[in-house]
Ligand binder design. Structure first.
Ligand SMILES: *Cc1c(COP(=O)(O)O)cnc(C)c1O
Length: 393
């Protein structure tokens, strides 16, 4: 269809038509019985998707950065030690946020494209007592997938709260918050959750809530203070009206729909779909001779891919050609490497058909900028990979 674009960036993503339809309905009162019921449903669905029975969900108007801010501002007091494991852009951002609230931050960095070695985390935790640690499940700047389980286990062993930035992973990658012992898992609506931008979503463990309760000083961020929001979340879950700040009513109706779609698909099946599509996409990209930023296929995210341009290919020209073909991809995000790679989001409602269209546009743009390769090879590879996995299932 003329003018219809396919948004293949790591958020906002392509949204399900039903979600968008709900979003456009007439706005209800934030204390209307049907809205209260919807809010309660969202809270209950979040527990299912995050895989926790006892976690406390928060649904707040804001972006993913607000979710990061909320976790930091409620748990950090002046002078607390925090460990940031940074695998890219968003890890670095967490350092800035924590410092703003007076934390003493130690940061563990990696070379872009690598994941963190678990021994380095262990050594850091052995050396110094931390109140909390943060890490990024999928750093959207590098496409690297960090395995949360061993890090969560270490945090538990050293009695340190663990905060997982799951903005680019929740509802796309495997997360078992309670089983793995993660204290906070946070995300935003516009990524694999599948709702237009505007919602910060967190689930907080009982342990983290009790650390917050034992604070000696007031939370210095008024809007983020759980003191203001916890009664609201509890009231909505109990089916009672409540008010602190007006919730984004339409977005929450849309959230209910999208969470319902996720729960109906089943979280395991959904994660598997992401894995299958991502693996086939990676092989297809590699078949054209392009290189991924993650140093090996087993640390590649399933929600997005970060891909180096071939040498001598002008990234600006390539992305412009993609856009002219109505496939929108994202440029690089790491400031120092920005011009040498691009990113393709493949999360949420993503289907094999979206990938076929994307690969076709990538080949078209590469040919246009005079890159030499076997025209059609990525499409053939993708077909074969997907055929294999559907036959085997
Ligand atoms: C997108 C993203 C964020 C920031 O979310 P915003 O909604 O843009 O504020 C943080 N962390 C990760 C891993 C992300 O992918």
């Amino acid at each position: 269809m003329k003018g219809r674009k396919l948004l293949m960036i790591p958020g906002p993503i392509e949204f399900e038509p039903e979600v968008l339809r709900v979003l456009g309905a007439q706005t209800a009162s934030h204390v209307a019985p049907n809205f209260i019921a919807t809010f309660g449903n969202c809270i209950r669905s979040m527990r299912k998707i995050w895989q926790t029975k006892n976690g406390q969900p928060f649904i707040i108007s804001g972006s993913g950065t607000l979710a990061m801010d909320m976790a930091a501002s409620n748990l950090i007091e002046q002078g607390d030690n925090a460990l940031v494991i940074s695998t890219g852009y968003f890890g670095d951002r967490y350092k800035d946020i924590l410092e703003r609230y007076g934390a003493n931050v130690t940061i563990l960095n990696v070379v872009p494209g690598k994941t963190i070695e678990i021994d380095r985390v262990n050594d850091a935790l052995k050396k110094k007592k931390y109140k909390l640690l943060t890490f990024t499940h999928v750093d959207t700047s590098t496409g690297v997938l960090v395995n949360p389980k061993p890090i969560a286990e270490l945090a538990k062993k050293y009695n340190v709260l663990s905060i997982l930035d799951g903005v680019c992973s929740v509802a796309g990658e495997e997360i078992k918050q309670e089983e793995w012992g993660l204290d906070i898992v946070l995300t935003a609506s516009q990524k694999a959750i599948g709702v237009p931008p505007g919602l910060a979503l967190l689930v907080v463990s009982k342990k983290a809530m009790s650390v917050w309760e034992q604070r000696k000083t007031l939370v210095s961020n008024y809007y983020c203070d759980w003191q203001n929001w916890l009664p609201i979340m509890k009231a909505y879950e109990e089916g009672k009206p409540s008010y602190f700040g007006t919730p984004p009513v339409n977005l929450i109706f849309a959230l209910e729909k999208s969470l319902e779609i996720i729960v109906t698909e089943g979280i395991q099946k959904r994660v598997k779909r992401h894995q299958t599509i991502a693996a086939a996409f990676r092989r297809s990209i590699q078949s054209i001779g392009l290189k991924l930023m993650p140093i090996s296929n087993n640390i590649c995210a399933n929600t997005l891919s970060a891909i180096y341009y071939p040498e001598d290919v002008n990234g600006g020209e390539f992305c412009a050609k993609m856009a002219a073909n109505d496939i929108i991809v994202a440029g690089g995000l790491l400031p120092e490497l920005k011009t040498i790679y691009f990113r393709v989001g493949h999360m949420g409602s993503v289907s094999t058909k979206d990938i076929v269209a994307t690969l076709s546009a990538i080949e078209n743009a590469l040919k246009f900028v005079n890159y030499k390769f076997e025209f059609g090879i990525s499409l053939k590879t993708f077909q074969e990979e997907i055929y294999k996995t559907t036959i085997n299932n």
